[in-house]
Design a protein around this ligand. Structure first.
Ligand code: GDP
Ligand code: GDP
Length: 455
């Protein structure tokens, strides 16, 4: 309880925790003891004296507002994130991953007196996979005599290592110039932008639910011909479709327009195809045949969308064949089998008669809005503070995990990281998710919640 009070006070008293969205994010990562905290404190201009004197506060801080050369940014400090000695390398990598996901630019701190270790290599691998800009800080180069220590870090393959002494400030200016110089003008969560700049929709569902019919109803039969690539007989893979005056890009429509033959492994390829389409799309329209019972395959497709982290709209097609009884049954079936996506907009329509096909645009927009929602850290923590005060985690074998702090690490889909004193039970996580949705919306979007435990 005490900590929660403190946290609330902290949120109110430190406006620098507000709104990471507005500012680009710089993360300082690296193994324990390489000097991350020392560097962070130096960047913050020794403000640690202020915060560290408040017991229990410093360690709960994740983001700090910082400034260098006239640029404001959020600084992610991974120094306080405890690691176990067992499985150290994996834990460092896990923590780094969260920080890197949050960050626009990363400073990887390496202890130059030790050189690159296996753990450092592991983090470098991760950084390469993520493709975020990285600046290497070769720390503990306290004098020019030691500068040669940093040369070996070229081997990490991430460019020139900056020899610094976080402790004495040597070289840190050049390092920051290099890092801050790569920050985007505003927070750069733009991984979903694409070449056309249009929203990308994946039209998915098991065979015969009406995907091809709906695509025709939306785009018209002729369009398939019009957009065909000049001089080839290939099907157009993606089609630009005009819905209510706005253009959308429908992904992998060739797979829809081409009749799928019933062959061995067809299901497997259908599911692979769905997967690939989802990877390229931002939002999925999942079609089900409302005139027959929901099948396992329908549920599997929906699950694929959630796992891919895409916005979701469920379309109950063939509504022209649905009578009162069937409608009742369908509601029960969806309550039971699609309960995990009760947040998804649903449209009952008929691709054949085009009844309610015009409702698709609004549902797509709703789902994409939810997918892109960002909650400021201040708002989130005041919400979490009230929620956990009124509904604490149940006590288990004498222990009661508490949530110390939360932050929205990403959008598209929204991802939250909660810092807690122990593992949170799945039911409690679901409870938090439900309340987050009640409070902030996220209609049509999966949301992800991960918990970082601090002893
Ligand atoms: P973290 O675990 O990565 O956050 O590392 P710390 O910032 O806590 O630093 C670990 C130890 O390295 C501390 O004893 C620091 O004083 C020391 N240290 C940090 N930076 C330097 C440096 O530039 N030179 C030297 N000689 N020691 C440093
Ligand atoms: P796909 O395999 O998902 O692309 O499904 P198709 O679009 O090829 O449709 C499969 C069958 O369902 C075809 O015979 C369509 O005419 C029929 N169908 C599609 N949509 C509707 C609808 O809204 N109502 C009715 N009654 N039949 C439909």
């Amino acid at each position: 309880e005490e900590d929660l009070d403190l946290l609330t006070t902290q949120t109110d008293a430190h406006p620098d925790i507000e709104e990471p969205a507005a500012l680009p994010v710089l993360a300082v990562i690296g193994r324990p003891n390489v000097g991350k905290s020392t560097l962070v404190n130096r960047i913050l201009g020794r403000r640690e004296a202020v915060v560290q004197n408040i017991p229990g506060v410093t360690r709960d801080r994740v983001m700090h507002k910082a400034e260098w050369a006239g640029r404001d940014f959020q600084l992610v400090d991974t120094g306080g994130w405890e690691v176990d000695v067992a499985g150290l390398s994996k834990q460092v990598a896990d923590q780094a991953e969260i920080a890197v996901d949050m960050a626009d630019v990363v400073i990887l701190v390496v202890d130059a007196t030790v050189g690159a270790t296996a753990t450092d290599e592991r983090v470098v691998e991760l950084l390469r996979r993520k493709g975020k800009p990285v600046v290497i800080a070769a720390n503990k180069v306290d004098s020019s005599k030691q500068e040669a220590d940093s040369y070996s870090l070229w081997s990490l393959g991430l460019g020139e290592p900056f020899p610094i002494s976080a402790l004495h400030g040597r070289g840190t200016g050049d390092l920051l110039d290099a890092a801050v110089g790569q920050l985007p003008p505003s927070a750069g969560y733009s991984e979903h932008h694409n070449r056309t700049g249009l929203r990308r929709v994946a039209l998915v569902g098991r065979p015969n639910v009406g995907k091809s019919s709906l695509l025709n109803a939306l785009a018209g039969e002729e369009r398939a011909v019009v957009h065909d690539m000049a001089g080839t007989t290939r099907d157009p893979v993606d089609e630009i479709v005009d819905l209510d005056g706005r253009l959308w890009e429908f992904i992998d429509t060739a797979g829809i327009r081409r009749r799928v033959h019933k062959t061995t492994g067809a299901d497997y390829y259908a599911s692979l195809r769905t997967q690939t389409a989802l990877e390229r799309a931002e939002v999925a329209l999942v079609l089900v045949d409302a005139s027959v019972s929901l099948t396992e395959q329908d549920v599997r497709v929906v699950q694929q969308v959630v796992d891919a982290g895409r916005a979701l709209v469920i379309v109950n097609n063939k509504w022209d064949l649905v009578d009162e009884d069937r409608r009742y049954d369908l509601e029960r079936e969806e309550e039971l089998d699609l309960n995990q996506v009760e947040w998804a907009p649903r449209i009952n329509l008929s691709a054949k008669t085009t009844w309610h096909v015009n409702r698709i645009t609004k549902a797509l927009n709703t789902a994409l809005d939810g997918w892109e929602t960002r909650i400021s850290t201040g708002k989130l923590n005041s919400f979490l503070g009230k929620l956990t005060a009124a509904n604490p985690h149940p006590v288990r074998s004498g222990k009661q995990p508490r949530i110390l702090f939360g932050t929205q690490a990403a959008t598209c889909p929204p991802r939250f990281v909660l810092f807690a004193t122990g593992f949170l039970e799945p039911t409690y996580r679901r409870f938090i998710e439900r309340r987050l949705r009640e409070e902030f919306g996220f209609n049509g979007s999966p949301i992800q919640i991960s918990v970082r435990v601090r002893e």
